[in-house]
Design a protein around this ligand. Structure first.
Ligand code: NAD
Ligand code: ZN
Ligand code: ZN
Length: 337
């Protein structure tokens, strides 16, 4: 089968023929139809995170396809089912986090396209219990980005504790941000969209942003305070940039919360005094559980959020990463097979 492989960090991916994987007893074999390209795949290529990928690895954790073979113990899927291969490739199912509904915090988890082979390939295996059932009647390429970009931002808003009617701010209107903005609207928030490119902000307006700010031209914190009165109830940074995190922190009002989602390998100073006196919560949020996935997918199946995407070919993966590094992608690029 054809696959794109990270062989060495910092080098281009190799698109080559590799053997079709065999499903183990508790796994399914999926014929991949579509897979979104996430900025996390670019981190996997570069190797800039403290936790390194297990190389060589096939990236891709927004994979959608049909099951063509079942391992001997699999009973929860059948051949022909359409499933998703997500970042939470597998968790242990037994630790305190798995048992209390926080499976994305499982210390023993494997991650699709990072510590286990993902879906930048014609075929992939996935543990049957963690392969996500895709709702009927949705296009595979269109739904693929929901498996990471969608569920991650949906979950982050849940973690933020914002309520319908609240003002929220989202920094970075890229793959995650353009879905996060739509979930925010669907969840009843008033939304400020922040990016450093006017084209992304025009796009944000089309998606329903109530206010937009170009943080290269205007101080977003001051602007947000002017527009909302005293700041937003919750903010989220999905921009791979420390400055955006600092601005997201300073955008929230007293009692508000800031959710860290993007993953630049950087530290930021946190003002202790202001955090205490203003009762600000700083939270991290990582993808979503299988239950979050079902909910996030249902929003898409109900037409409440819509992925903006362009399809491309596996062979062009290195050019796609160049475009991503230059911030030239509107919404998501989805590989089609
Ligand atoms: P992307 O490249 O599609 O989008 C990034 C966006 O940020 C672009 O629109 C860019 O113009 C904008 N941007 C850059 N600098 C900015 C700044 N200073 N202020 C405001 N906007 C700015 O990336 P993506 O696929 O959306 O992923 C974003 C990040 O989220 C990556 O680090 C990825 O690894 C991480 N991620 C985290 C999780 C999680 O579970 N926490 C899940 C998926 C991805
Ligand atoms: Zn992702
Ligand atoms: Zn566990």
């Amino acid at each position: 089968m054809k696959a794109a492989v990270v062989v060495e960090n910092g080098k281009d991916l190799e698109v080559k023929d590799v053997e079709v994987p065999k499903p183990k007893n508790n796994e399914v074999l999926i014929e991949i139809e579509a897979c979104g390209v996430c900025h996390t795949d670019l981190h996997c290529k570069i190797g800039d995170w403290p936790v390194k990928p297990d190389l060589p690895v096939i990236p891709g954790h927004e994979g959608v396809g049909k099951i063509i073979e079942l391992g001997s113990n699999v009973t929860n899927h059948k051949v022909g089912d359409r499933v998703g291969l997500p970042w939470l490739y597998k968790a242990c199912g037994d630790c305190e986090f798995c048992l209390n509904g926080q499976e994305t915090l499982c210390p023993y988890q494997l991650n699709g396209g990072y510590s286990a082979n993902g879906a930048f390939a014609e075929y992939a295996v996935a543990p049957a219990d963690y392969a996500i059932q895709i709702p009927e009647g949705v296009d595979s390429a269109e739904i693929a980005p929901v498996l990471c970009a969608g569920v991650t931002t949906y979950k982050a808003w849940k973690v933020s504790g914002a309520k319908p009617g609240d003002w929220v701010a989202i920094y970075g209107i890229g793959g995650l941000g353009h879905l996060g903005l739509q979930y925010a609207k669907a969840m009843g928030y008033k939304v400020v969209a922040v990016d450093i490119q006017d084209s992304k902000l025009d796009f944000a307006k089309k998606l329903g942003a109530d206010h937009t700010v170009n943080s290269k031209k205007v101080d977003p914190v001051e602007d947000i305070k002017n527009v909302t009165g005293n700041g937003v109830q919750a903010s989220m940074s999905v921009a791979v940039n420390k400055t955006a995190f600092e601005q997201a922190y300073h955008s929230v009002k007293r009692g508000g919360s800031v959710v860290f989602v993007a993953l630049p390998n950087e530290d930021m100073p946190l003002p202790i005094f202001d955090t205490v006196l203003n009762g600000v919560s700083v939270k991290g949020s990582i993808v979503g559980t299988r239950k979050d996935q079902q909910e996030a997918l249902q929003f898409a199946a109900d037409g409440k959020i819509k992925t903006e995407f362009k399809t491309d070919k596996l062979e062009n993966i290195n050019d796609i990463f160049t475009k991503m590094e230059n911030g030239e992608i509107e919404g998501r690029i989805v590989l089609e097979f």
